[in-house]
Write a protein that binds this ligand. Sequence first.
Ligand code: SF4
Length: 450
Amino acid sequence: MVPAFAAEGPDMSAAAPRVSFVSLGCPKALVDSERILTRLRAEGYEIARKHDGADLVVVNTCGFLDSARDESLSAIGTAMKENGKVIVTGCMGATPELIREKHPNVLAITGPQAYESVMAAVHEAAPPQHDPLLDLLPPQGIKLTPRHYAYLKISEGCNNRCTFCIIPALRGDLVSRPAGDVLREAEKLAKAGVKEVMVISQDTSAYGVDVKYEGSRFHDREVRAKFYDLAKELGELGMWVRLHYVYPYPHVADVIPLMAEGKILPYLDIPFQHASPAVLKNMRRPAHGEKTLERIRGWREVCPDLAIRSTFIVGFPGETEEDFDMLLDWLDEARIDRAGCFKYEAVNGARSNDLGLQQVPQEIKESRWHRFMQRQQKISAAQQQKKVGKRLPVIIDEANGGAGKGRTKYDAPEIDGNVHVTSRRPLRTGDIVTVKIERADAYDLYGQAV
Ligand code: SF4
């Protein structure tokens, strides 16, 4: 999840209507926020620093977990109190009754990706005063991420029906963007100085299935909306390309040589969620029948320094001690670099609540979570130690003279570890420098720029 914040932009005109914006939720919601902000700026709206004094507030909500819904409702409450004219969009917009129950006076509620409806509501509440001479919109759009990295959304929605997840109900089935559109956006980002793109979607490996991998124009050529084709083209744009939300289907093997050749980053974010076939089946996970350990072995044969990060759920209904032990054994075998772990939460509306499976008591969930974390921590620490003594390229996220914080190719922003760098020369945010790694702990690396 990305914390709430109000976005800012350059001042445009005293007469321009002012919109305060709150973005909650995952990177996919963040991309939605960027698109709405881009549209607002394109139409001459000013982005306000505070709710107070703005013409209206847009709140992009997250409805994935009950805790996220509470956070969204509280953000709407703050906006109502400090401003009073509030438009709600995002995942929680799919359940307007929950919002109206608490905040009956919000101006409008729209669902996720309903950019047109959000803009229509904004136009009604604060008509635009568009003046192209004052339009300072950068060609890559407004980005909420630092200037040197960006998220690149390649599709919306999801064709899977994992029983614990309500995203398909909120966001609908898979709709892939044409490859040409994605590549043009990526190219603009590269021209604007972005050094690293994170490819995101609900199911990146399923890209193009809905449009039967239809081709579209990019410069002088036709590019198919296909996982491999897109990864290959993105790898030509001179940025670090990182793949997120990939499932372990056989065709994932196709992109591994691109990683070995250094075209895209040797990194896969694969939400495995569990290792026990029985639990995976109850979860209805995509590719649940795949032999994941064999697959990982095969990928590493082609690209030995491949980093894998994943997330898991413990305490899913029906999970037995045997299932959980299987998960711990899997961790020992797979030796993945990073793993996040969640205790199962019965999300309102998720089918996993109605499968007739026995709920796992809270204290068992807690204890399994601790056992999981302890086991994985040891593995992550050992993986980290292997980097000590190496010279690795590091992208600098924060710089303060000769000290800075960055990431290797094996670490994504926000979710993985950092490299704490010292340097004789001043460091600059967005630079990619070579760092000699001197020591490591379970999460972070420490070293000297060379
Ligand atoms: S793959 Fe599963 S968990 Fe991910 S969005 Fe689709 S249904 Fe939800």
